[in-house]
Design a protein around this ligand. Sequence first.
Ligand code: NAP
Length: 501
Amino acid sequence: MINKIQEFNVMRENLNYKFFINGEWRVSTSGKTITIKNPFNNEIVGNIQACTKEEVDQAIINAKQSVNCWENTPIRERAEILKKAANLMNKWSDYLGELLMNENGKPLKSAISEIKRTALIFNATAEAKSELVGTTMTGDILEGGSREKISITYRVPLGVVLCIGPFNYPFNLTGSKIAPALLTGNSVVMKPSTEGSITASHLGIILDKAGVPPGVFNIITGRGSEIGDYLISHPDINMINFTGSSKTGKHLAEVAGMIPLLLELGGKDAAIVLNDADLKKTVKSIVSGAFSYNGQRCTAVKRVLPMPDIADILIEKVVEETKKLSIGDPAENKSIGPLINSNQCDYVQELIDDAIDKGVEVKCGNKREGNILWPTVLDKVTVDMRIAWEEQFGPVVPFIRVKTIEEAIKISNDSEYGLQGMIFTNNIDLALNIAQELEVGTVQINGQSSRGPDHFPFIGTKASGMGAQGIKYSIKNMSRPKVIVMNLSEKGKLLRKCDID
Ligand code: NAP
């Protein structure tokens, strides 16, 4: 892939990409790089720097020193910079989308829309700047208070925010953290997922060109297993916004201590399908929900719980549609492409094999070539199978047939995860009742689970996360209220008169 965009030359030499500190692109003193290969054809996409702990220190020190200056930049100017960044993302979306496709095996169209969706989030975050408006209050509401006390409450940044993203949306799920962090006046250290670092690192060029001052935005690359703990336990990090697996999220929560955390973690979203569901719509939602980006989405449909009268026909139709999915090269926008790496393929295959050993019916799929796994439908999954509980993060949809709504609710809730749930039915009253019973952040009625639109609150409960994201929620969560109380003197009180006859 030839880089025709001159602005990007500064961040790489041949295939070696640099990291970004204090407005400069640097080569790590470790002398080590990590090679990123295209999961579809195994070609080298590039090499990223394996940063050292000293470089982590430098990034965080620079970020810390820049907070005051950035915080004092008027909010409207910070918002304008976000809008300029959004324009650059749109301008360069074709190039960045192709890079993302090569790096992560995402179909080209989806990869380009990931870049454009990030631009939308930057624009919408800039538009939401009024969320930072403060309030004043007099103290005479509660007994013992008086009008001589007046509070001024406004929002201030938290300081240095560490943004860590996952491999599946490496540009979007770092961008959606960075935009609210910067709008609220924080400085940022970003640690992208190793697989995805090259595309995500372009945020350095974009934000620099858009006018973010040196030091306010920094990028550290390298394996989480090597520098992750050093980053998350660093005393000068004031907040961590993380998306990734529940395992890493729990580890992070243990190490990070008392600093505020926003965690978006794994899921095992279940679709409960009642007998009266609209078959066509349900089949479409299940196939798209389970297999888009090969099931490598936190909100993929990861279990289906059909009621007895609809189970047979539903599974038959899902298999029919699944067999129509095209398989192959992401550059040709095939529906199913490679998983992120061979370890992930091995893991998904392990879950399928465990289910087969325990008597599952494989309706289609269960074939592998390189990193591509054929979309697989499993029927008669039982609760002793690992696939009923573990997050597959691959193109497999397990059907767990249930006899009653109560059983469906129980199986949904017995999961350690609590991201989203789905109910397919024409009985909206019943759907609302079931929705109230589900232990998840969001329930979708007659639709597949999904993160967007991005102004909705996005919440994971149990092992699926902590805190709410979404444009205005992220702005609130990445800033804090600060209160100044004016205690007026008695003199002021004497001047005030009450002349009612
Ligand atoms: P992951 O393995 O947990 O990695 C996530 C990030 O954490 C990567 O940047 C990784 O760096 C870093 N990391 C690893 N160990 C670390 C440590 N000790 N300290 C600090 N950072 C560390 O997750 P993934 O495989 O990239 O992403 C898939 C998972 O993310 C799935 O479970 C999916 O459900 C979840 N996800 C959730 C959401 C949501 O919104 N709820 C959205 C997308 C994905 P390296 O890449 O260098 O290891």
